[in-house]
Write a protein that binds this ligand. Structure first.
Ligand code: PMP
Length: 357
């Protein structure tokens, strides 16, 4: 007889309400749900990655501090290598931030925003304080300052351009928050290569500023999980306490470094994506029953006259996967990533059919 063992009785109290992150995986649909770079990875850059990885060998652990990659990132960002930390995607760095500073304390999010802040916060037993954005999704700076001043708040998270709304926050507004709080201000610039003002110029003046960036969007390496964080050395020293020893694998370190040596083809793709975004935005706005929101990123938030679940399902039946972001703060809203022109055209045709009933 086997005994029934129920691990649920042992799980940490704070995790009981947390659902595992579920990303739908349909290999044969048009993937317009995760804001990835839709274009094939540049062949010449891929060849260079293979050349370098072929001579590297993978029998040894990777460089735990990713020294060479951090040097390349220093050249790209203009920030010193000692002010850079790399992660297995910026998702991992968000968790490191929560584990180092958030556990048992509170963090503020300008909401609605990227879901992983809430998930990583909950894993780390940190309490989220949502500060609603204005109706046009811009920051409510005064409300952010007020929330950041609460004594238990250790982190303030601002995503710009914001996922899923596409809204960019002017640097000046972030500066006003930085200057008014002793908490750490995390600015997530995952989509910074597509638009908005970077806060990098503020790093030298605000020791409480942390910037997150990623290779998953503009640089087409979502599959290799490379993110990085820019901050003062004292913040990095604290984060190193929780960093997993070999968090970024050897292949990904090489690939990201090679990308940094070959920026031109990526810049060209960014330009194409932005042009295509503007076409997609104009055509989607013209579909009856669709309201679009302005965007500075490689995705578009839109609201429909129909329930979001119906639009999501209708698109899936037509082979197009988008993100359903319907929630009390984003009623009847979905988010579509800018794909290749023919993908966007398929999406638009699907939308016209679905909305026409
Ligand atoms: N921040 C934001 C705002 C994002 O949208 C994403 C990806 N969805 C991430 C961070 C995570 O990126 P990574 O692939 O580097 O973990």
């Amino acid at each position: 007889m086997t005994t029934v063992f129920n691990a649920a009785s042992l799980v940490r109290e704070e995790l009981k309400g947390l659902l595992p992150y579920q990303a739908p995986y349909y290999p044969s649909v048009l993937k317009l749900d995760a804001n990835e770079n839709p274009y094939p990875f540049p062949q010449a850059v891929m060849k260079e990655i293979y050349r370098e990885t072929a001579s590297a060998g993978f029998s040894r652990y990777p460089d735990p501090m990713a020294v060479e990659l951090r040097e390349s990132l220093a050249a790209y960002t203009g920030v010193n290598p000692e002010n850079i930390m790399v992660g297995n995607g910026s998702d991992e760095l968000i968790l490191d931030l929560m584990l180092t500073f958030g556990t048992g304390a509170k963090f503020v999010v300008a909401s609605p925003s990227f879901v992983m802040y809430g998930i990583q916060g909950q894993i780390a037993s940190s309490t989220r304080l949502d500060v609603p954005r204005r109706s046009d999704f811009r920051l409510d700076v005064a409300a952010m300052q007020k929330a950041a001043a609460e004594p238990e708040v250790k982190l303030v998270v601002i995503c710009t351009p914001n996922n899923p709304t596409g809204t960019a926050t002017p640097r000046q507004e972030i500066e006003a928050i930085l200057a008014s709080t002793g908490a750490l201000v995390v600015v997530d610039e995952a989509y910074g290569e597509f638009g908005g003002e970077s806060c990098i110029p503020l790093l030298s003046r605000y020791p409480n500023l942390i910037i997150l960036k990623t290779f998953s969007k503009a640089f087409g390496l979502a599959g290799l999980r490379v993110g990085y964080l820019l901050a003062g050395a004292s913040i990095i020293n604290e984060l190193l306490r929780v960093k997993q020893p070999f968090n970024l694998n050897a292949f990904s370190q090489i690939a990201a470094r090679v990308v940094m040596k070959n920026l031109d083809p990526f810049r060209e793709r960014i330009g194409t994506i932005l042009k295509e975004r503007d076409r997609l935005h104009a055509e989607l706005s013209a579909v009856p029953g669709v309201e679009t929101f302005p965007t500075e990123a490689n995705f578009i938030l839109f609201r429909t006259a129909l329930p979001a679940a119906q639009v999501y399902q209708g698109l899936l039946e037509r082979g197009v996967l988008v993100r359903n972001v319907d929630s009390p703060s984003l009623p009847r809203c979905l988010r579509v990533s800018v794909g290749k022109p023919e993908e966007n055209t398929t999406f638009l045709a699907g939308m016209r059919e679905i909305l026409a009933g």
